[in-house]
Design a protein around this ligand. Structure first.
Ligand code: GTP
Ligand code: MG
Length: 199
């Protein structure tokens, strides 16, 4: 595929209900992970923007799925973060409906080409992260695991953390683990290559 023009970006919709999800058949790349793990920052870094996908000041509050059109060629999908403890019951219900809707409502599902599953490199996967990864494996949805906030560790500690994560959680499944930092842009090119591979 010809590389998309990153100056041609548009918020398609900030969807609060699965009914609003775009059904235009364009390939979608989704970003999943717990609240505050760095999904919106990662999207901004990929797109070379400072604040295109908002970076949350109130974590976990936005229960919308944000669809970003990239040059009419692909759609980036910023999913709401899970595992946010301070959500009210009502907010949690909306969260489940919208997120489950994304992964199960068919027209969107067919367009989903790759999930970037974000995990904080300092803590490794939470139980919610592991459930999500198991779901992706079971559903045969292509995914890569992105170890975020790599800049917070020294080089040696980063190597250790990645090796430990692989050994502890991903020794049986063939998982691509990519270190990333929105501060230093480590991993940006690698992630774009993963995206191009599935388009
Ligand atoms: P929700 O929208 O609440 O689900 O959060 P999110 O996953 O979109 O996280 P967001 O991108 O808003 O980042 C959360 C916080 O982590 C912000 O304060 C970011 O500045 C910070 N952050 C994100 N990525 C990195 C990173 O690579 N390195 C460092 N040092 N901080 C980061
Ligand atoms: Mg966000």
């Amino acid at each position: 595929m010809q590389k998309p023009n990153l100056n041609n970006l548009r918020l398609l919709i900030s969807a609060a209900s699965p009914k609003q999800f775009p059904r235009d058949g364009k390939p979608q790349i989704a970003f999943s992970g717990r609240s505050n793990v760095g999904k919106s920052s990662l999207i901004n870094t990929l797109l070379g923007r400072k604040a295109f996908a908002r970076v949350s000041s109130a974590p976990g509050k936005t229960v919308t799925v944000n669809f970003f059109d990239v040059d009419g060629k692909l759609t980036l999908v910023d999913l709401p973060g899970y595992g946010y403890a301070k959500r009210s019951k009502e907010e949690q219900a909306v969260f489940s409906r919208v997120t489950d809707g994304y992964f199960t409502s068919n027209p969107t599902f067919d367009s989903l080409k790759l999930v970037l599953q974000l995990v904080d490199v300092r803590t490794g996967p939470t139980d919610d992260d592991l459930s999500m990864i198991q779901f992706l494996v079971d559903s045969e949805i292509p995914f890569v695991v992105v170890a975020t906030k790599a800049d917070k560790l020294s080089r040696a500690a980063l190597e250790r953390a990645l090796a430990e994560m692989k050994d502890t959680y991903f020794s049986e499944v063939d998982v691509t683990l990519i270190p990333f930092s929105s501060e230093t842009r480590l991993g940006r090119d690698t992630l774009w290559n993963e995206i191009y591979r599935v388009l």
